[in-house]
Design a protein around this ligand. Structure first.
Ligand SMILES: Nc1ncnc2c1ncn2[C@@H]1O[C@H](COP(=O)(O)OP(=O)(O)OP(=O)(O)O)[C@@H](O)[C@H]1O
Length: 447
């Protein structure tokens, strides 16, 4: 998932491409992202008039589209005015009464109240994980400690983890739950060192009944954090407090994860989640469509489920996209409309889709430099220019996010990619030779 600034940069850029300059300045440039909570993006607008304009021109729905293109996630915008942000906000109820459009978070612990066992569809790939999670929520600290859920992206690991927390709080509202991603744990830990508040940090993490740590693969390489987490783990474990972890792979496959952590993580139960089969995908879509009150025929649902087989997040994203598309066109959701809406995802010829390495190789050959040069840091002009052109083409011809492109080019920052893109785009306006070179490269790449 992108961070808020990057997501906004991507979305704003799409608006810019598709709006007249004055419209962009008036309506988009005055908007400011203020929070990204889960999938909810809060955007501050300067006046009620701006909000009316956004709504009546369906800019919020366009935003869902653009955000989907950037993240493949169903991002829900919430438009607020500056003065509303200053007013105290009523606390969200700590139950699952949320309307399905706006996920409520149990603010203090960041549990998404929509991620419950009730809303989780059980299928072949996740039934073990579901059963283990349920046992843990009923008898925390007893049978499976720690519980580790692992598997590919968007398959419901976070959902199940939150479901455990939500159920334990529903069963006993005084249960203390702490949910963090491993990155948040790392940041808290570094902050605690910087502000000399290690004691508070320990209190916060060791004084809970349930600790949920998401995406522990990002502990790789972080020595100090692993050390601290080791002590946190021991303290909770010795007190029979439940620990639940998620990861995209087994701990022994996480590079540079200390052996003592790897062995502790194996004390409990590790269960994997695999991608859902067709029936499960249809059931998930049906559930989601019902929850969001989307009117969609069964054969159309099956069609979507047949097209998207990678993960549940993409499946949900596709449904959001279809919904946004049907609103934009003011047309009911049919299989034809879905085919149109999903067309730009190029689902049918995924294999032939251009990838960044292919673009890099082509550009490197064309300019007689090496791919390593493109990924490297040399600042000589004969390399910088091809590197920027390759970044430009990666942005134009693939739907990779800016951070992903940066990553492929030897771990560069996304701002470097934006800079390269803008520079080439600008130069293209007046440089005929460059226009020809990029034209040649594009046609070679696309045939
Ligand atoms: N079996 C399921 N039933 C209903 N919804 C599901 C199911 N599996 C996943 N989802 C939904 O799919 C989306 C992605 O799931 P989730 O965030 O839990 O994935 P993840 O495995 O934690 O991915 P990542 O590794 O990227 O963090 C969520 O909105 C979640 O509610």
């Amino acid at each position: 998932m992108l961070d808020m600034e990057t997501l906004w940069a991507e979305v704003a850029e799409q608006f810019k491409k598709r709006s007249a300059p004055t419209a962009y300045e008036t309506w988009v440039n005055t908007a400011k992202p203020v929070a990204l909570d889960g999938n909810q993006l809060t955007i501050e607008l300067p006046s009620a008039l701006h909000r009316d304009y956004w709504k009546s021109n369906k800019m919020d729905q366009q935003l869902v589209e653009y955000a989907y293109q950037a993240t493949h996630e169903d991002i829900q915008p919430v438009l607020v005015l500056e003065e509303e942000l200053k007013r105290p906000v009523a606390k969200a109820p700590a139950s699952t009464t949320a309307n399905s459009d706006t996920p409520t978070f149990r603010k203090d612990i960041q549990l998404n109240s929509k991620y419950t066992f009730d809303t989780f569809v059980i299928g072949k790939g996740n039934q073990m994980a579901h059963a283990a999670a349920l046992v843990v929520s009923e008898e925390p600290g007893a049978m499976y400690n720690p519980l580790l859920l692992y598997g590919g992206v968007g398959l419901g690991k976070t959902h199940l983890m939150h479901a455990i927390g939500n159920k334990m709080i529903d069963d006993n509202p005084s249960t203390k739950v702490k949910y963090v991603t491993s990155e948040a744990f790392t940041n808290d830990f570094i902050n605690a060192i910087q502000t000399h508040s290690q004691e508070e940090f320990r209190q916060e993490y060791r004084n809970v009944d349930l600790l949920l740590v998401d995406d522990i693969q990002f502990f790789a390489d972080k020595e100090g954090t692993q050390e601290e987490f080791f002590h946190t783990f021991n303290s909770l474990y010795n007190d029979n407090k439940q620990i639940v972890l998620t990861s995209d792979r087994l701990p022994n496959e996480i590079p540079k994860l200390q052996d003592r952590l790897v062995s502790r993580f194996a004390w409990g139960l590790s269960v994997d989640i695999t991608p859902p089969d067709l029936e499960t995908r249809i059931a998930i879509l049906r559930n989601k469509a019902n929850a969001d009150r989307i009117d969609i025929p069964d054969d159309t649902l099956s069609y979507i489920a047949g097209q998207i087989d990678s993960n549940v997040r993409e499946l949900e994203g596709a449904l959001a996209r279809v919904q946004a598309y049907s609103r934009l066109k003011s047309a009911p959701i049919t299989t034809d409309l879905v085919a149109d809406a999903l067309q730009s995802l190029n689902l049918t010829d995924k294999v032939t889709q251009l990838t960044i390495p292919v673009i890099m190789t082509k550009v490197a050959n064309y300019y007689h430099v090496s791919v390593a040069d493109l990924k490297g840091k040399k600042r000589v002009k004969t390399i910088v220019m091809p590197r920027q052109i390759a970044m430009y083409l990666s942005r134009e011809l693939t739907d990779s996010s800016l951070p992903k492109i940066g990553n492929e080019f030897g771990g560069k920052d996304h701002t470097t990619v934006i800079h390269a893109y803008d520079k080439i785009a600008d130069q293209l306006k007046s440089d005929d030779a460059l226009q020809k070179e990029i034209g040649d490269l594009k046609s070679e790449l696309q045939h």
